[in-house]
Ligand binder design. Structure first.
Ligand SMILES: [Zn+2]
Length: 398
């Protein structure tokens, strides 16, 4: 069975791959007559579908152990900042690569990765077939560096890295940056994509809307907090000029009705990370509100350091989402982990669907059932049997 995502399932289907791209999707009986010297690979009783798109991750932190207990989001944030300072480049590199392997083995073919240690990138990129959209993390509160120096450094880094895939900017969050950095990033972002943690925790919402709470108390000792009070986190991002079609808002858990409308009007995408969401015990993600408003909602794993299972696996994220939102059709959840992610990265027609001229990024999972059951069977699959990226097979997992 072929499940193109952008079209209905195709029984006894096949996908023709030429070089790095898809040259045909359809019934095997029709495609087998395609002229030329085709090599045929019969994958057996499987569903072929686009590789999964993980719209938010921090590969750097895969091996990071953050002691949490029943601590708050603010305590977790403090702890990860402390741990990051104690790690060396080799630790980050090994951690990054282990995360990339976990994603590849579980059917992710594209990841949107927040990169705090860009020095490891060129070598790490070469050590994985994964399509990595690297967003360079910018903070600035701890370093006290001038915003324009921070931004100039990140843009220089992007141009020197010469990635084969998408690169972009990631101001970490409102509270860990300063408004001037966000304004400058918005100006510079006309030609690049930007992603940022927005309205993740109740503490962040309290800090911006009411100038109070644990996060506000901590950060008011180390940063100017004149940007806080009488604004929601989404409104603050909008005020900085960042809320546009090329923006991915990560989390967006704490929103007013007008925040949802502002996100929808801007054409920005939202990334929901079910495991991380449950780990912190946030209030229910406003999926229905955002969906009704017409927002493009993608799924991501976030980092292994903010989940109980410590396993980067987009199937687990989809399953977790299906448990919390049992009324959402499984075909729609699959789109959130494929085509919607592609749209979030501006890569529609390239990844996230099986169609002619798209990149041949596809996966196979075991399946012997009926067409009507295919989306549910894929979503709850136990095993990815094959992974292709840019037309090359990278595993058969046995
Ligand atoms: Zn994150």
């Amino acid at each position: 069975m072929v499940l193109p995502i952008s079209g209905p399932p195709i029984e006894n289907g096949a996908v023709v791959i030429k070089g790095e791209r898809i040259a045909g999707v359809g019934k095997w009986s029709q495609l087998r007559s395609v002229p030329g010297s085709m090599r045929v690979t019969d994958l057996g009783e499987v569903v072929l579908l686009p590789g999964l798109v993980n719209a938010h991750c921090h590969l750097d932190y895969t091996d990071m152990r953050i002691k949490r207990g029943d601590k708050s989001f603010t305590d977790w944030a403090r702890e990860i900042i402390r741990t990051k300072r104690t790690w060396n480049l080799e630790q980050y590199r090994a951690s990054w690569l282990r995360g990339a392997r976990m994603l590849l083995e579980s059917g992710t073919t594209t990841v949107g990765d927040i990169e705090a240690v860009p020095q490891l990138l060129p070598r790490a990129w070469n050590q994985t077939p994964l399509r990595v959209c690297s967003f360079l993390e910018m903070t600035g509160v701890a370093s006290g560096k001038e915003p324009k120096i921070i931004l100039r450094g990140a843009l220089k880094e992007i141009s020197e890295l010469k990635s084969r895939d998408l690169t972009g900017l990631s101001p970490h969050a409102l509270y860990s940056t300063v408004p001037e950095l966000l304004r400058l990033t918005a100006k510079a972002a006309r030609k690049t994509r930007v992603t940022m943690h927005v309205a993740e925790s109740e503490e962040e919402f309290e800090m911006y809307a009411h100038r109070k709470g644990e996060l506000f108390d901590w950060l008011s000792k180390v940063r100017d907090v004149s940007d806080c009070g009488e604004t929601t986190p989404v409104a603050a991002v909008q005020r900085a000029g960042l809320l546009r079609r090329n923006f991915l808002a990560v989390h967006a858990n704490y929103l007013t009705a007008s925040d949802g409308r502002a996100l929808a009007r801007s054409g920005a995408s939202v990334v929901h990370c079910p495991s991380s969401h449950s780990y912190f015990g946030h209030q229910r993600f406003p999926f229905e509100k955002l969906k009704r408003a017409g927002v493009n909602i993608c799924l991501g794993t976030d980092s292994a350091a903010s989940m109980r299972a410590r396993e980067l696996n987009m199937f687990s994220e989809m399953q977790q989402f299906a448990r919390v939102y049992p009324d959402v059709p499984h075909a729609q959840i699959l789109r959130m982990a494929t085509g919607n992610g592609a749209r979030g990265f501006g890569l529609e027609g390239v990844i996230g669907e099986l169609r002619c001229k798209a990149s041949a990024d596809l996966i196979a999972v075991k399946f012997t059932g009926k067409v009507a059951d295919v989306s549910s069977a894929v979503l709850f699959t136990k095993r990815v049997t094959h992974v292709f990226i840019r037309g090359r097979m990278h595993q058969p997992v046995t």
